[in-house]
Design a protein around this ligand. Structure first.
Ligand code: ADP
Length: 503
């Protein structure tokens, strides 16, 4: 794509715990990589600071070189720290590698070190490197609680040293993770933790009045950043109306923005996707049928018979956690079966009890003709399922943005979603007369099975009884643009609104 360059380019630095594909756990990793690439293409200078996790496969980093060794403060001593430079998917990355045990282990999270200590060290080490190397970006963009301590360190320490130009933007991807932090833990990175234990600063809103010891890095980050972004306009409204941070967010309302995430349309492209047995796009849709047959055959599902009722294929690709609406997912299995459709669930359950429940369901259904429950993580399968699906299901209880519905649409799967967060901003009901131009799926509001069934029933009846209209929706979702091209500009506007211009 020939993207227009922005006038007045700036230097943007991301400080993050995740980056796709080398250190990805969830959506955070995708967002950093997608947004960084989009800003590079718009003509900005972009760097990403990432902990040099031991688990990162160095083969996936181009031009990896040791740039320098410097010392960064932690808990009374100065820790020798390596900084490496490398390139990931065209994005320059600085890898911070302390000589202690931080970030050692076989996975991004869950090593044997204390995560809070390690990320506080990391955020200070990033600022220390900028100080040592005289790097003054226009924008330091931090993400989630892991790096939300950076604005505190910047405004209360490094700003008094030589870093004066940068302004700080914080993106909150999921409000549930608050970075609980005791005063003395914050003090380990060189700040005086006790000075943050006020309601206006970083005291955890849930413990005000009975536990001044408990701070929240995420709250401190909101207070101390120049702008705060969350990942959809509806999630922004929801977090202002309820939830433990609402009072803080209301106080900072005028610097709080909701910007939808984009999807990477190079990785997710049904016209070129190497995982698919046949390619397709909005104008050449035949390949999608081949993908469906391929998946049905591969999973031992009954192929559609010419004379029987038409069988839509429903998919649900998700982490199996409470947020995702587990009771609605299990209800969907029953209801799809009752309606005579087919359903494939691809998911992993971090919680053992949930895992056992779904293993039980898999045993019950996986030999039958219409339901498959696949308890694993597979990038390849996910591509094939999105391509094969008629319907993509996202019945989340809450969903800050949600990528699954956007990816599904890109592959011509019609979304059935609960009206919450980013789902409410990307999916609009076919039967909502007030908004026919946007209509692209089926939406329900309640968290009860009846509400869900009603939406699925309507999707099935469109599929079976109004094939022309169904083809219209499929074509429409295939043509939607949920890429970063569309939304990175909104981030650039936020950056521009806070940056300090050279005189
Ligand atoms: P969250 O970030 O809360 O997990 P999103 O919908 O924003 O939810 O992003 C989920 C992403 O992870 C999507 O790209 C989805 O396809 C992918 N995904 C989730 N579970 C699996 C799985 N078991 N196998 C492959 N991909 C998965």
């Amino acid at each position: 794509v020939d993207l227009q360059k922005d006038s007045d380019p700036m230097h943007i630095v991301h400080v993050t715990a995740e980056m796709a594909p080398i250190a990805k756990v969830g959506g955070l990793g995708d967002v950093v990589t997608g947004l960084a690439r989009a800003c590079l293409m718009r003509g900005h200078t972009v760097d990403v600071f990432l902990p040099f996790y031991e688990c990162i496969n160095k083969q996936n980093i181009k031009e990896l070189t040791l740039a320098n060794t410097y010392n960064s403060y932690y808990d009374g001593s100065w820790i020798p720290t390596n900084v490496y430079r490398g390139v990931v998917l065209g994005i320059p990355v600085l890898f911070i590698e302390p000589s202690n045990n931080f970030f050692k282990g076989q996975s991004v999270y869950g090593g044997s070190y204390d995560e809070l200590d390690a990320y506080l060290f990391f955020t200070r080490a990033c600022l220390e490197w900028m100080q040592v190397s005289a790097t003054q970006p226009d924008i330091i963009h931090v993400h989630e609680w892991q790096t939300a301590g950076l604005p505190l360190l910047y405004w209360d320490m490094y700003q008094y040293l030589s870093l004066q130009k940068p302004r700080i933007v914080l993106t909150i991807h999921n409000m549930e993770h608050y970075g609980e932090c005791r005063q003395e833990q914050l003090s380990k990175c060189g700040l005086d933790g006790s000075t943050y234990a006020t309601e206006e600063k970083a005291m955890d809103d849930r413990t005000i009045g009975h536990n001044p010891e408990r701070l929240s890095l995420l709250k401190g980050g909101i207070v101390y950043s120049n702008a705060v972004v969350t990942v959809s306009p509806t999630y922004l409204k929801e977090t202002l109306c309820s939830g433990w941070l609402s009072a803080t967010l209301i106080r900072h309302r005028d610097k709080y923005f909701g910007i939808l995430n984009g999807i990477d349309t190079a990785i997710w492209n049904p016209a070129t996707d190497a995982f698919l047995p046949a390619k397709f796009d909005a104008n050449q849709i035949e390949g999608k049928k081949i993908c469906k047959l391929f998946v049905q055959r591969g999973l031992g599902l009954a192929p559609e018979a010419r004379d029987s009722a038409k069988m839509p294929l429903v998919i649900c690709i998700t982490r199996l956690v409470a947020q995702k609406g587990l009771h609605l997912i299990t209800n969907a299995i029953r209801h799809v079966e009752a309606l005579g459709g087919q359903m494939v669930i691809l998911g992993t359950a971090p919680d053992a009890r949930v895992g056992r429940e779904f293993e039980g369901l898999a045993e019950l259904h996986n030999q039958g003709p219409s339901i498959r429950i696949l308890l694993m993580y597979s990038e390849e399968l996910s591509h094939m399922l999105y391509a094969a699906a008629d319907i993509v299901l996202v019945p989340s209880i809450y969903e800050p943005c949600g990528l699954s519905q956007m990816i599904g649409m890109r592959y011509g799967a019609v979304p059935v979603v609960r009206k919450t967060g980013g789902l409410a901003d990307t999916v609009f009901d076919m039967d909502d007369q007030s908004n026919p131009e946007m209509a692209n799926g089926f939406v329900f509001e309640g968290i009860d099975e009846g509400s869900f069934n009603w939406a699925l029933d309507r999707a099935f009846s469109y599929y079976r009884e109004k094939p022309d209209e169904w083809r219209g929706i499929v074509k429409k979702v295939l043509q939607m643009d949920n890429s970063w091209n569309n939304t990175a500009g909104k981030y650039v506007d936020v950056y521009n609104s806070v940056r300090v211009r050279d005189r």
